[in-house]
Design a protein around this ligand. Structure first.
Ligand SMILES: Cc1cc2nc3c(=O)[nH]c(=O)nc-3n(C[C@H](O)[C@H](O)[C@H](O)COP(=O)(O)OP(=O)(O)OC[C@H]3O[C@@H](n4cnc5c(N)ncnc54)[C@H](O)[C@@H]3O)c2cc1C
Length: 434
């Protein structure tokens, strides 16, 4: 059957055939000849988990295969989501080592995009914690780790599904002893201060800055910096009730005009003004998953959807690059409400996103002048030696892409794909000529 599949940004739908295998046996039998791409929960914002010919959805492959609660090692099928994993590991005082901003993300999606959290400065990306993955491609069912099928292991993590379908992943967990985080909130009044504060927070477990994109002039880059440490609470097991509380769910699209530039600008100013410096204990849900508070929040942007843009810059160029980006947005009156700066500790390897330095991300309503403005941002990314996060992308041109994430265009990766099956292709990879 044909389905109209969207990315989380809901900008454009693509008619696709889908398959939803129920177990490993069915997964290994999924069409051996057609072009296909794997898809978890479609939380990537653009077209990276869609293939018209065949999109293989992993949501039924969601079993935990083995959890060693003594050693803190878990292996699960790729369709298992973060919420389920946390429900299993938290009561035994373990937590995922890297947690992106939503718990409705599959393990396969975490591996394929090599996600990062608010602790990249300490823990790096998810890659650093993965022990083994099992992948299905034209060479069969392959166990991959740092010794066996090493290249496939290295290039599947962060490889956007282009080397085959990830069946499962085994990774290390992190010990914790409380379901609360001690959070400090500090206001900064310009980009220099923001970056200074982020750097000063490098000894904290987590840190992140929300940026007010409405402010210009001397206060460009003013932000609210959040930093947090796991609380230590001896011998207490963690109650996961907070994870499973019912959420508000949007059931219909808002009219697109609601999220116009005036509203977004106003929301930015109000949020900045009403935040004050504070210190408090909050639970893990409130610290990690602010955006999950409203289920299907992407519907607030209406029928025309929204466009996300995330890039990273090396330490040396990040201040100038991010300042220029904020100036371009300001002068074109292109405002975003979900705008965040995070520090990236270790540089990316193989195909993974992220230069050692800073990453910045924005969500824009599809303003009339947005396409032109985003091309101007691409130029800044190229000029300052940055890269683009592919799971957020829905629009970059082949020409601009080829000047950024160059490992995707390398001869080596081409050869690897030839070996394991060039038919693993998304609409995005075709658009980008990967
Ligand atoms: C609210 C929100 C907050 C987010 N915050 C962060 C963040 O803080 N840090 C961060 O790094 N990311 C973040 N993301 C992005 C998210 O982590 C990635 O897009 C992730 O890949 C989504 O998982 P998914 O299961 O929805 O994957 P999908 O969107 O379905 O797929 C994403 C990519 O993974 C591939 N893939 C999925 N499953 C498999 C599989 N089994 N085998 C092979 N390839 C597969 C797809 O082909 C595609 O290329 C956020 C997304 C949202 C919606």
């Amino acid at each position: 059957m044909d389905f109209n599949l969207y990315g989380w940004g809901r900008t454009k739908g693509f008619i696709s055939k889908i398959s939803e295998p129920k177990n490993l046996k069915e997964l290994t039998k999924v069409s051996k000849n057609t072009k296909l791409i794997a898809r978890g929960y479609g939380r990537s914002y653009g077209d990276s988990s869609i293939q018209n010919k065949l999109t293989v959805i992993t949501k039924n492959l969601n079993a935990v295969i083995k959890f060693d609660s003594k050693k803190g090692i878990i292996e699960a099928e790729s369709g298992c989501d973060i919420k389920k994993l946390l429900n299993i590991v938290l009561p035994k005082n373990w937590i995922l080592p890297v947690i992106p901003g939503s718990k409705f993300i599959s393990l396969g999606g975490m591996v394929a995009s090599d996600v990062h959290g608010k602790n990249h400065h300490n823990e790096g990306s998810f890659r650093n914690h993965i022990l083994e993955i099992k992948v299905i491609n034209d060479k069969g069912y392959l166990i991959c780790n740092k010794i066996k099928n090493k290249d496939l292991f290295n290039y599947t993590i962060g490889g956007m599904g282009l080397t085959g379908i990830i069946y499962s992943c085994k990774f290390k967990l992190k010990k914790i002893s409380s379901n609360n985080i001690f959070q400090e909130t500090i206001k900064s009044y310009n980009l220099k201060d923001t970056i200074k504060l982020i750097k000063k927070s490098s000894s904290w477990d987590y840190n992140v800055a929300w940026v007010d994109t409405s402010s210009g002039g001397n206060s460009i880059g003013r932000s609210i910096v959040f930093r947090g440490n796991h609380l230590k609470n001896k011998d207490k097991s963690i109650n996961v009730e907070f994870l499973n509380k019912k959420k508000i769910r949007l059931l219909f699209n808002f009219p697109s005009w609601i999220m116009n530039k005036y509203v977004i600008k106003l929301l930015n100013s109000i949020y900045f003004i009403f935040q004050s410096n504070s210190k408090k204990e909050i639970n893990l849900e409130n610290f990690f998953f602010q955006l999950d508070k409203i289920h299907s929040w992407n519907l607030v942007y209406g029928n025309s959807g929204f466009t996300s843009y995330q890039c990273s810059f090396p330490q040396k160029t990040s201040y100038q690059a991010i300042k220029t980006i904020l100036q371009i947005l300001n002068s074109n009156k292109v405002f975003s409400f979900v705008s965040v700066i995070k520090s990236l500790g270790k540089g990316s390897r193989f195909l993974s996103f992220g230069k050692k330095g800073l990453t910045v991300v924005f969500d824009f309503p599809n303003y009339k002048n947005l396409k032109k403005v985003l091309v101007a941002l691409d130029d800044i990314v190229i000029k300052y030696n940055g890269d683009i996060y592919l799971v957020k992308d829905s629009r970059i041109s082949q020409k601009n892409f080829s000047k950024t994430n160059i490992n995707f265009k390398s001869k080596y990766f081409k050869l690897l794909r030839k070996k394991y099956g060039k038919r693993f292709n998304s609409i995005q990879s075709t658009r980008l000529g990967i």
